[in-house]
Design a protein around this ligand. Structure first.
Ligand code: PD2
Ligand code: ZN
Length: 297
């Protein structure tokens, strides 16, 4: 049986406060290997704490307390758009480079940027990655394991944060641009999609109600924002699509799309559903940075 460690405590607290039903939480814990009686006790405790902290109205805590007969409601409060940390203005000084803002969107919180990397820097990133690529995986929400599945047809490589002077400069520039601590960032990931390669719509945050997420949020907490930098011009296809927002961003060398999905109250924005459209002609190279709530060590 798994240990009820800090990651599970966080998972319990978050889901009790956001209105998950007791049964769904117990089921998820049993699926992850907990004995049913242990899961039931842990969920009761979490809901008790949530009640005591005054977060009960409209939540699993209220229903458990007999104060509300409403059917399960998974999102009791709509996402609140508080201020994003990124700088205002048409040009952002990002560590050692001026980055141009081409477009800002408020819902979801998103920016399209130009000149994040120079053409030489893009070529350097591609050159050092091309011969070291491995087929990309996605997180299985039930188990937390990395699975190779058909909805993500790309190859990739991870770079450790600050692993050499060039990578460190990229990490610093991106942290400055996102206005978020460099130590909260995951290592940079480089991805290559060949013709027909795609990444079907998904969320970059870890699903809070899935047991497999606890493994990932144990290190640095939830993801809060993403920057995708385009390392080449894609002749046709390969846009980053946001189907709920009706938006798509074309892949232009050195440009980027930034989007933020966790606000100061730890709510997650469902409008940030996004994917990489199939590449129709040529290939597509991107560099991705995911920022976490806390230091990612
Ligand atoms: O390929 C993309 O455009 C893309 C966009 C957003 C990939 C990812 N996210 C990702 O790897 O999560
Ligand atoms: Zn993504």
């Amino acid at each position: 049986m798994p240990l009820v460690d800090a990651a599970w405590q966080e998972w319990l607290g978050t889901n009790a406060a956001r209105g998950c039903t007791m049964d769904s939480m117990i089921d998820a814990m049993v699926q992850a290997g907990f004995a049913a009686d242990v899961a039931q006790q842990m969920v009761r405790n979490a809901i008790g704490l949530s009640l005591a902290s005054g977060a009960a109205s409209g939540t699993a805590a209220a229903r458990a307390n007999g104060t509300e007969a409403a059917p399960p409601q998974k999102t009791p409060h709509p996402y609140r758009y508080d201020d994003a940390p990124v700088a205002r203005g048409n040009t952002i000084r990002a560590y050692d480079r001026d980055v141009q803002v081409l477009m800002r969107c408020e819902r979801p919180q998103l920016m399209v940027l130009a000149n994040v990397l120079s053409a030489d820097e893009c070529a350097e990133m591609i050159g050092r990655s091309r011969h070291r690529l491995k087929r990309s995986t996605t997180v299985n929400p039930a188990t937390g394991q990395e699975d190779v599945i058909r909805n993500r047809t790309s190859e990739g490589i991870w770079y450790q944060r600050g692993e050499d002077a060039f990578i460190e400069r990229m990490d610093r520039r991106i942290a400055s641009l996102m206005n978020w601590p460099a130590e909260n960032g995951e290592g940079l990931q480089i991805l290559r999609y060949g013709p027909t390669g795609e990444y079907r719509p998904h969320f970059d945050y870890f699903a809070p109600d899935q047991p497999g997420s606890a493994v990932h949020t144990a290190r640095g907490g939830q993801r809060v924002a993403t920057l995708v930098v385009y390392l080449n011009d894609v002749p046709d296809g390969g846009e980053t699509i946001f189907p709920e927002a009706g938006l798509s961003v074309a892949a232009k060398q050195g440009g980027a799309v930034y989007f933020r999905y966790m606000n100061g109250q730890r709510q997650l924005d469902p409008l940030t559903l996004h994917g990489g459209a199939p590449v129709v002609a040529g290939e597509k190279w991107i560099m991705t940075k995911w920022m976490r709530e806390r230091a990612y060590v």
